[in-house]
Design a protein around this ligand. Structure first.
Ligand SMILES: NC(=O)c1ccc[n+]([C@@H]2O[C@H](COP(=O)([O-])OP(=O)(O)OC[C@H]3O[C@@H](n4cnc5c(N)ncnc54)[C@H](O)[C@@H]3O)[C@@H](O)[C@H]2O)c1
Ligand SMILES: N[C@H](CO)Cc1c[nH]c[nH+]1
Ligand SMILES: [Zn+2]
Length: 427
């Protein structure tokens, strides 16, 4: 990590910049694959799955037999863990349900708003370098609670065409059976435009690498909704003299190991702590199977020594991290100063990994600074809020002067007539 001491504000943009690919070249490549998918459907899907995932077979949809054998391939402890996580995620998202509230804005003018599940949704579950079956719980459970009628799921297969048994087990546990062997841009294209095998959906969810994120952004131009740009993982940590250097290093590595394009940021108020964390990083890295990826991510990351917590919070809000850990003695109070972050982890016993898997909050979160304006996935992401109104004849009589006056002033007489014609009949 690059150590920076008391940076001036003019140097902050360098600290908070994410390591992104050349977006013009990326978008061109992604658009070519999407166009091919749109034109050639399953044939293109099979060709790119062969090219990028090494699967030579032709079977796109996962079969009932594959679901049936998945459970037997898993350690019982992992099945219990998946059920614990699913329960917590279900509880947290069920609590987001709201009963429609009826408001009488004027006597006889009743308005309300109700949530209706999006009919067709597509979930992308990353699987390039790690089979993220936890993401399936994070997306599938709120989709089911929301009442989405058609829920389909894509994830890249291994070279033998297999999806991880934990992914199939988790899908089966929560009741999703339309699962397709498709990854990357080709999966997003298949769900956006539909193929002979993969049905088209109205909204696509899920994190992924830069190809996936770019594809999601491009299909939006064709009218397909997306949850948000949830790209390479990131975590920012603020630590003071009460923090434990070993815990901090572990937290940083937990996100750095996602991929070479992940990024972490540590902001400390004590220089001594910065040195201790660097030593802990070296020690812990040695034992990590994904050391190479983590080292690359750390090389593009910063460790900043700040003279005050106030300035540290200003820098962190400017960074707008996907995850923010507050490892300070006054963490709860500081959390109230957070204005830009996807999800916040408060105190020394709230590692970011608990949110990734099992605390109940959603781990599909905005990256790359999008937390300035976007929220993470929630139950709301899977519903549309439809507004309703019902007027009595008395209600219409009450509201008529306002509507007629405004319509005439806008020069829209037909609008005014739609009200006045009813008043005439009622008199
Ligand atoms: N923000 C979030 O909420 C969140 C949550 C979980 C994971 N993530 C991120 O998701 C990402 C998962 O990435 P991944 O790569 O492991 O899996 P992935 O499933 O996102 O991507 C794998 C696919 O990428 C495509 N691909 C790979 N190289 C390509 C190339 N050169 N050209 C075109 N396509 C190519 C292939 O089609 C492959 O199937 C990580 O960056 C992780 O940090 C983010
Ligand atoms: N940290 C990722 C979100 O950025 C989610 C995840 C899944 N598995 C492990 N972590
Ligand atoms: Zn993670």
């Amino acid at each position: 990590m690059k150590l920076v001491k008391s940076p001036e504000k003019k140097d902050w943009p360098d600290i908070i910049r994410r390591p992104v690919m050349d977006t013009t070249a990326l978008a061109e490549k992604v658009r070519t694959i999407l166009n091919d998918l749109q034109r050639n459907g399953d044939a293109a899907l099979r060709q790119y799955t062969r090219q990028f995932d090494g699967y030579e077979g032709t079977e796109i949809r996962v079969t009932p037999a594959e679901f049936a054998t998945a459970s037997g391939k898993l350690d019982p402890a992992l099945k219990t863990a998946i059920r614990v996580a699913a329960n917590n995620i279900r509880k947290f998202h069920e609590a987001q349900q709201q009963e429609p509230e009826l408001i009488e804005t004027m006597p006889g003018v009743r308005c309300w708003r109700a949530a209706v599940g999006i009919e067709k949704v597509g979930l992308y579950i990353p699987g390039g370098t790690a089979p993220l079956f936890s993401t399936l719980l994070m997306l599938g459970i709120p989709a089911i609670i929301a009442g989405c009628k058609e829920i389909i799921l894509c994830s890249p297969p291994d070279a033998a065409g297999n999806l991880h048994p934990a992914l199939l087990f988790a899908a089966n546990e929560i009741g999703i059976n339309k699962v397709f062997r498709a990854g990357g841009v080709q999966a997003i294209g298949a769900m956006a435009y539909g193929t002979e095998t993969v049905p088209a959906v109205y909204k696509i969810f899920g994190p992924g690498n830069q190809y996936v994120t770019c594809a999601k952004q491009l299909v939006q131009q064709d009218g397909i909704a997306i949850d948000m740009p949830a790209g390479p993982s990131e975590v920012a940590v603020l630590a003071d003299h009460t923090a434990n250097a070993g815990y901090l290093a572990a937290d940083l590595l937990s996100q750095a190991e996602h991929g070479a394009d992940s990024q972490v940021l540590l902001v400390v108020t004590e220089e001594k702590l910065a040195q201790q964390v660097q030593q802990c990083l070296l020690n812990q890295l040695e034992k990590l199977p994904r050391r190479d990826l983590a080292e690359k991510a750390l090389a593009a990351s910063h460790l900043v020594v700040m003279p005050s917590k106030g300035l540290a919070m200003e820098l962190l809000n400017a960074y707008a991290p996907e995850h923010l850990i507050l490892a300070t003695e006054d963490a709860l109070a500081l959390s109230r100063e957070v204005v830009n972050a996807g999800s916040v982890f408060i105190g020394h016993f709230s590692p970011e990994s608990v949110g990734d898997y099992a605390s109940g909050t959603n781990h599909t979160l905005p990256t790359n600074g999008f937390a300035r304006a976007y929220s993470g996935v929630s139950l709301d992401s899977f519903v549309k809020k439809i507004t309703y109104q019902q007027l009595t004849s008395e209600g219409l009589r009450q509201i008529a002067p306002a509507v007629i006056a405004m319509a005439r002033a806008e020069g829209l007489d037909a609008h005014a007539n739609a009200v006045s014609i009813r008043l005439e009949k009622n008199q």
